[in-house]
Ligand binder design. Sequence first.
Ligand SMILES: NC(=O)c1ccc[n+]([C@@H]2O[C@H](COP(=O)([O-])OP(=O)(O)OC[C@H]3O[C@@H](n4cnc5c(N)ncnc54)[C@H](OP(=O)(O)O)[C@@H]3O)[C@@H](O)[C@H]2O)c1
Length: 435
Amino acid sequence: MHIAVVGLSHRTAPVEVREKLSISEQSMEQTLKSLKGNDQVLEVSILSTCNRLEIYTLLRDHELGVDAIRDFLKSHSGLEEYDLYPHLFTFKQEEAVAHLMRVAAGLDSLVLGEGQILSQVKKMLRLGQDHHSMGPILNRLLTQAVSTGKRVRSETSLGTGAVSISSAAVELAQLKLGQSQGKDQLVSLEPEKVAVVGAGKMSRLLLQHLQAKGCSKLTLVNRTRPRAESLASDFPDLSVDCRLLDDLDHCLSSSSLVFTSTAAENPIIDASRLKPLRLGSLRLIDIGVPRNISADVEGIPGVDSHDVDDLQEVVSRNQEARKQVALEAEGLLKEEGRIFLEWWDSLEAVPTINQLRATLEGIRSEELQKALSRMGPDFSARERKVVEALSKGIINKILHTPVTQLRAPQSRGDRQQALKVVETLFKLDLSNDGK
Ligand SMILES: NC(=O)c1ccc[n+]([C@@H]2O[C@H](COP(=O)([O-])OP(=O)(O)OC[C@H]3O[C@@H](n4cnc5c(N)ncnc54)[C@H](OP(=O)(O)O)[C@@H]3O)[C@@H](O)[C@H]2O)c1
């Protein structure tokens, strides 16, 4: 059996490819079910975020299993092999474990150390559990990745500083505004007429950062009113005008800076919507994946549009300092990866340990029955219980040291040699068992 991850991320694929692979929460159950139905796939779970789609899996055979996952990704995306495969990565075993630890810690994120990815890894664990697509191996791996992400945030300074895709989006707006004024620096957003489309988690972060960067009033556009109003009420110092999507055209005409962050599967702003409007100068920043703003708006006079990949421009400005901080986390990630792999290696001893236990248990219960029948009916129920507990106690004490030794971290060769000795001495038959 082999652990593997197959997928793509902002490092390997542009947004126009990534958006074709995103899997919504509603279709996750069906997707996991169909992957699990493949003969090669023993366990599976999926990490689907705006910047990555990664399929973590336990495979019967590495090559055949990876081919099956790649085939799935091809048919799911509707892309041709030559448009998709060059963007895919595959990591196996130790590399797959190390990759997941880095992802959970935010070290593989576009915005180094951002915190949302940890919630998304938690969600992958929850969905895999809820839909029964995982077994003990992925359960343990993902649980450990979540605790690693938490450790990195609490034990290193990587978690300090509120960084996110939303904070980068606000910085990009500041940078572009500065550049339009001939300054290569971040400027206050105070003079901008700002609108935010969407009222979910990312929009909440947008509001936080917009407020921090000088914005005092904005329009919040959402598909439904209660969520927009609830979000607005959490920002009492920000004047928020809540609107429904029906008012979007009006909002676009009266804004100079619009952020979009909805989970809509198709663009909600495109050229056919913008062209008839009387627009001033309009800067659009879209952090949705799939994109909320169609690429066809490019070239419309007065419109300057950016998507999530354009955030790279601001991210690389402050990435150097964070890279230094990220080094602090590397040792911790190695330690967590090693702990998981030691546990995985120790599983090799499980069939032998189970057989050994079963053999000794057989001897114990046979000898106990003989002894009890010799004692006759005068032996009270309480005395029988004491003798039974004594026999169990002796077996457990005898087993404790060899079991601990067999499971302890050691080289593969040493463990296999120790297992062979135990199997020979106790004449264990493992022909129907195995890792
Ligand atoms: N979470 C992250 O870390 C992260 C990071 C970067 C980018 N993103 C991207 O940002 C976007 C929003 O993510 P989120 O985490 O904020 O999502 P979320 O908390 O689930 O919020 C989703 C928002 O999208 C709206 N929405 C859903 N379907 C819609 C549709 N068909 N038409 C119009 N509006 C629709 C919802 O409106 P209602 O309130 O009416 O349901 C809600 O305002 C997604 O595209 C995501 O890929 C997320």
